[in-house]
Write a protein that binds this ligand. Sequence first.
Ligand code: LLP
Length: 494
Amino acid sequence: MSRPSGGAASAPGRAPLEEQVWPATAALDEDGVLRVGGLRADELAERFGTPAFFLDEDDFRARARAWQAGFPDGDVYYAGKAFLCRAVARWVADEGLSLDVCTGGELAVAASVAFPPSRLLFHGNNKSVEELRRAVAYGVGRVVVDSFAEIDRLAEVARAAGVRQRVLIRVTPGVEAHTHEYISTGQEDQKFGFSLASGAAMAAVGRVRQCADVLELVGLHAHIGSQIFDTAGFGLAAHRMVGLLAAVRDEHGVELPELDLGGGLGIAYTGEDAPLAVPDVAERLHTIVGKECAGAGLAVPRLAVEPGRALVGPTTITLYRVGTVKELPGLRTYVSVDGGMSDNIRTALYDARYTARLVSRPGSAEHHVVTLVGRHCESGDVVAHDVPLPADVAPGDLVAVPATGAYHRSMASNYNHVGRPPVVAVRAGAARVIVRRETEDDLLRLDVDDLGASTGTGTPTGTGTGTTVVHGAAGQSARADGGHESSKPGEAGR
Ligand code: LLP
């Protein structure tokens, strides 16, 4: 990356917060300190440490309601992959939304708060048989089938469970959404779904209908990509999907009652992004689908959408503490904070753009464009490129990055054995941890020590303790119960 930085900028740090980018309750106090959920950033940092995510619960709930209002006769599935924990699953349930899960892990979160099963949708291109079994046993409302093999697997699972499972078929409508290649999913060459153009989608309809005793085909599903700013892609996808509904009617004599158009609505990460408003998107989708259905002589299907980023993304900020400021004359200034690519992989992975702001004081009027970097041992560990910060930014200052609610904590890692940050819900002057900070003890708990190998005595042997010792290729030993085992009698259980 060789963007220039270090140049003087105007004083955006003194400018008001850009509404689209910050959580709804974010505001600046008179002394330049940021408040969110009615709480001061400096006090939040003191209480919960840094780095940490602060989620504006009122904003989340308001966004959930706006989506509901946009689809009063349809289903809004919150895409849990953006960020899911039990508290959020409860808010989603409270607000009357449905929930989209794509793994057994996400399903487990939903089940742990007794999320209403009929309001769950389970998708994914490679669900295991075990995951399908668990989903069917829990009673998920819809399974989105993604391959011929999976149709057969799901039919078997449903048969064994003695249920008739409702199913949607994931279709790739051949639409290229203008977004990063890694996150666009509607075009033909990709791992998801059944191609519309090749006839695979129609064949999948036939296959599911052959299993009608155990699978009930209720509709079609598409998801064309993520971080989309233009309704044209959604419009084209809707047009093609309604075309397929009409073709299914013509070939099979059935009108499928549901059409799920997935998620993908973009949000503002910087002041330059201009996201579409939810009511406008909702109206546009209803209009297109209505018109297309009228043209095809179809009853309008029940519409579903699956917003993830647009629901949770803007609700959250990450608070970091500045540790080092390094000025490279004529090159750039690096401002290092105490998090990095372990809590925000999007900058490195998608070359995503962010804004950042000094939030513990106003800072000097003069601003410099700097590169905000993390603490990890990798030069690509950039939190935000080219952000204007006050020229006197110094160790100990707090910097906030907004719009970090989606695909940050959920894609966080333990790179360099750094614990993942907590998520703290803030609302009306109160704060509560909804995902606690990961500690070094948490990480060490996963680490199965290998005392046997470290003794240098070669292949471990049984210890006479009655425990089964499994001999690994590299001479490691592990108890079948997952504990570790010494190779030396007398050292067992250390
Ligand atoms: N439905 C399906 C079937 C999906 O695959 C996705 C996202 C969504 C809904 C939610 O999309 P959203 O409304 O959040 O755009 N890690 C990437 C985004 C990957 C999205 C994957 N699927 C990022 O950080 O930008």
